[in-house]
Design a protein around this ligand. Structure first.
Ligand SMILES: C=C(O[C@@H]1C=C(C(=O)O)C=C[C@H]1O)C(=O)O
Length: 357
């Protein structure tokens, strides 16, 4: 390899870096001015961020992938937004959970994350304006709905203003670098379930499976005791300096979790939006059909329909529906009007941009 050629390319990179540096700061100046124009109002604009990321992906000339460029711009926007006002995001702690990874994926590293002891607590902190937004898991592709998040959404005054989809990779973690003398394995119940085939194959019956409040808590416990192991993701492995004895041990290779972002904010239309509803009908034959029919009749397509026992005792079940489109779209307005005539309870949980990255 010619040293001369190498130097030429490095000089070019140095010159480009200076241009990038100047341009990023020019961008930040605009964001700061936008912040001044917004005044004391809401600074985070999910629809605008979704549009920026979509444009970057669609116009990216390569060789970097669209996904990679969107991630880079995600961080640039995060830093620009922090110049307007830094955001605090409540999540189900401790540090190192997948929910924290989802919060960072959505808001970037310039946002501060606030670990909470439970999903309830994370909602409560934001409701009391102790943090700006809450990120909460709502469904996993293998394990289904996260009931607690659904229950909280029925009564919270917060609105959904975004969604995050995260690929979940579980690793088998331990203080020592071998599989000898393992007496117990800690993880969240959902993660134990998502890896049960791997566990059945690689661990004997005598190894106890202990479900704990979070994967990160499992990793913490395993870091204190050489006879214990844990199942958790990358960030918990790093945080507690554990060895990865096996990586990506989830039974389902496309294991993903969807999270919702909630705050005191209705997102504006991004052009590629979803609306979430919770509805309920009196418990009589055909009730479910009554709830679905107005959506179908008005040509509103549904991407999710989930039932959940009602906790108020007023109705037997409540139903969570995700539909395509923004709240003031004509077909959706018509469907909602028809629904209000037949449903005992309808609450719009929010209209928000579909996840871009
Ligand atoms: C700059 C703005 O504020 C924030 C930062 C954005 C950015 O860096 O592009 C986009 C949306 C907002 O969350 C804006 O509203 O345009």
């Amino acid at each position: 390899m010619s040293d001369h050629l190498l130097k030429q390319h490095r000089d070019a990179i140095d010159a480009i870096d200076q241009q990038i540096l100047a341009l990023i700061n020019q961008r930040a100046q605009h964001a700061r001015t936008i912040g001044e124009i917004k005044g004391s109002g809401v600074v985070y604009r999910p629809e605008r961020e979704a549009q920026v990321l979509t444009r970057i992906k669609e116009t990216n000339p390569g060789p970097l992938s669209g996904e990679t460029c969107a991630r880079l711009f995600r961080e640039i926007m995060s830093a620009c937004l922090a110049l307007e006002r830094p955001l605090t995001i409540a999540f189900l702690g401790p540090e190192g959970t997948f929910t924290q990874a989802a919060a960072i994926k959505h808001f970037g590293h310039a946002a501060s994350t606030l670990a909470c002891a439970s999903i309830d607590e994370a909602f409560r902190v934001v409701e009391a304006r102790g943090a700006d937004y809450v990120v909460a898991p709502v469904e996993n592709s293998t394990e289904g709905a996260v009931g607690r998040t659904l229950d909280l959404m029925v009564t919270t005054p917060l609105q959904i203003c975004g969604e995050v989809v995260l690929r979940i990779h579980h690793h088998f973690l331990r203080q020592t670098p071998d599989m000898l003398g393992i007496k117990r394995v800690y993880s969240h119940a959902q993660s134990l379930a998502q890896c049960h085939e791997w566990l059945n194959k690689h661990l004997g019956d005598e190894v106890e499976r202990i479900s704990v409040a979070s994967n990160a808590e499992g990793a913490r416990l395993a870091s204190l005791d050489p006879s214990s192991a844990a199942i958790a993701g990358d960030s918990a492995a790093e945080k507690f300096s554990l060895n990865k004895l096996a990586v990506n041990i989830e039974d389902e290779p496309n294991n993903t979790t969807r999270f919702l972002v909630l705050g005191y904010q209705q997102a504006a239309r991004s052009g590629k939006d979803k609306t979430s509803l919770v509805i309920s009908a009196p418990n009589r034959p055909g009730a479910l059909h009554t709830l679905v029919e107005p959506l179908a009749r008005n040509g509103v397509s549904m991407s999710k329909f989930e039932s959940r026992p009602s906790r108020t005792g007023l109705w037997e079940y409540v139903f969570f529906a995700d539909v395509d489109g923004f709240i003031d779209d004509v077909p959706l307005q018509a469907a909602l009007k028809d629904l209000q005539d037949v449903a005992a309870f309808v609450k719009v949980l929010g209209s928000y941009p579909q996840a871009v990255i």
